[in-house]
Write a protein that binds this ligand. Structure first.
Ligand code: ADP
Ligand code: MG
Length: 216
């Protein structure tokens, strides 16, 4: 029913992987590189990125709340729908590089592989929420869950996601890897224990090779 599409202008790059994998670190490096070339960009994150998304984010990350898997997924989808319509599509339309800290793959991994929701249901609702928009490039920072939790814990108070059990995080990792296997052209899978500078270099090569060629 829904078709998936890559936008025909701009470059849409998403970062995926567990908490503590180094997404924020590498996004900061990528932005510096883009700035160095004077390439206009929009950086955003899920859940969040719009006023609605920020409110939804507070709800999703509130350790006081118990949220069942389906409403959890629908909240992410609501945030995503608003983000795609108000931020991502307009920026791509202007020809920008859009960098998103998590996107729909996170829902497929967390709510599908992690929480056991039906994959087809997730795909249908995701297609409706995004209008079938998928990134040109998805950087998956793959990390042993134990290491990820240790890294995240060093940053301070764990949120609701970080406190979930290790088995859940193992399923999550497997889920991300299966998603990557199913779409090898879109995914760049990197070992998140590599050196920060090495990761930066590999990510930059993948982004640079996909940059829209300027018409001059
Ligand atoms: N390649 C790396 N090797 C070792 N530690 C890293 C690396 N990249 C990031 N870190 C550290 O891991 C922690 C989590 O990084 P962060 O970028 O916040 O992850 P995420 O945004 O995926 O949750 C931080 O303390 C960061 O300094
Ligand atoms: Mg982060």
């Amino acid at each position: 029913m829904f078709s998936s599409s890559r936008p025909d202008t701009g470059l849409f790059v998403s970062f995926e992987g567990p908490e503590g994998a180094g997404k924020s670190t590498q996004i900061a490096h990528l932005i510096r590189r883009l700035d160095g070339l004077n390439l206009s960009h929009t950086v955003t994150r899920e859940p969040g990125g719009t006023p609605l998304g920020s409110r939804v984010r507070e709800v999703l990350l509130d350790p006081e709340l118990t949220i069942d898997p389906l409403p959890e997924f629908l909240l992410y989808s609501a945030s995503r729908a608003q983000l795609v319509a108000n931020v991502i599509r307009p920026a791509l339309g202007r020809g920008e590089v859009v960098v998103c800290d998590r996107y729909a793959d996170s829902s497929l991994a967390y709510q599908g592989f992690g929480r056991g929701l039906d994959a087809e249901l997730l795909r249908d609702i995701t297609a409706a929420a995004t209008g079938g928009l998928w990134p040109h490039l998805t950087v998956l920072l793959d990390l042993d869950p134990q290491l990820g939790l240790e890294r995240a814990a060093r940053r301070g108070q764990p949120d609701r996601l970080e406190r979930a059990d290790l088995a859940f995080h193992q399923r999550l990792r497997q889920g991300f890897l299966e998603l990557a296997d199913a779409d090898p052209e879109r995914f760049l899978v990197l070992d998140a224990t590599l050196d920060e500078a090495e990761l930066e270099q590999r990510i930059w090569e993948a982004v640079r090779s996909r940059l829209p060629v300027p018409k001059s």
